[in-house]
Design a protein around this ligand. Structure first.
Ligand SMILES: [Fe+2]
Ligand SMILES: [Fe+2]
Length: 239
């Protein structure tokens, strides 16, 4: 049995505590990722890409991520939660380990980040489709569309890098850094909380199933680029 009702913001207070906690938790993590992601590379690369086209695109991607944060923040405001303090957190305090980056990113990191971490972002947003919390419906479509654009930009930039041996080595290095972090973002395979999200209609797929779909999607992308898939089971925390 699972919860199949679809509720409005004003019904939130009538819901069991577990629902309230899981909904605010998952949306807070999502918002933290929306703002924590671009903070990994914006400072170094927003006005410093290799070409005017790249500068325009990266700057626009950063603006779109800030907008995604605003959209999730507005949904959380409907249930009385103010998440604006997330804007001022140190990167070491981000909720998801992938965004606690200390080293300055290379241009290849920006490309791999968009190709693989934004792709996890797209999977996360997909989990909310037809969720039990109706206010999410209004924000998902534009966010999904923009994430698809971010992913395409990342793949295109990796492809450009792979045209030279030196660039290809940089791309592989960046993929080896970011893809395992992306896999970790799906959470542990055996997770009681993941089951409760499914029960309450706040996610659609178990963590392991979403991760497997992601691996099936990125494998041919890497093959086309001529890059190797980092061993997905090596040193991973989720197993
Ligand atoms: Fe986003
Ligand atoms: Fe994105």
């Amino acid at each position: 049995m699972a919860f199949t009702d679809r509720i409005q913001a004003e019904d939130f207070v009538k819901m069991p505590r577990e629902y309230q906690e899981l909904l605010t938790r998952v949306l807070t993590i999502q918002a933290d990722c929306e703002i924590g992601g671009p903070m990994v590379y914006a400072e170094k690369w927003m006005l410093h890409g290799p070409s005017a086209d790249d500068i325009w695109r990266v700057t626009r991607i950063v603006a779109e991520e800030v907008d995604h944060f605003r959209k999730f923040a507005r949904v959380l405001a409907l249930v009385g939660l103010d998440i604006s303090p997330l804007l001022r957190k140190a990167s070491s305090e981000r909720l998801v380990a992938a965004f606690r980056e200390k080293d300055p990113p290379t241009w290849a990191d920006v490309a791999a980040f968009c190709a693989f971490i934004d792709r996890v972002g797209r999977y996360q947003v997909e989990e909310f489709a037809d969720s039990s919390f109706l206010p999410l419906d209004r924000i998902l479509q534009p966010i999904m569309r923009e994430e698809i654009g971010h992913i395409a930009f990342g793949v295109e930039k990796l492809k450009q890098l792979c045209q030279t041996e030196e660039g290809k080595a940089q791309a592989q290095d960046a993929v080896d850094r970011w893809l395992p972090r992306g896999l970790d973002m799906f959470g542990r395979s055996a997770s009681r909380r993941s089951e409760r999200y499914l029960y309450w209609g706040l996610k659609r797929r178990p963590n392991a199933e979403a991760r497997e779909a992601y691996v099936a999607e990125v494998t041919p992308v890497l093959a086309e680029l001529g890059l190797d898939l980092p061993d997905p089971e090596k040193d991973r925390a989720y197993l």
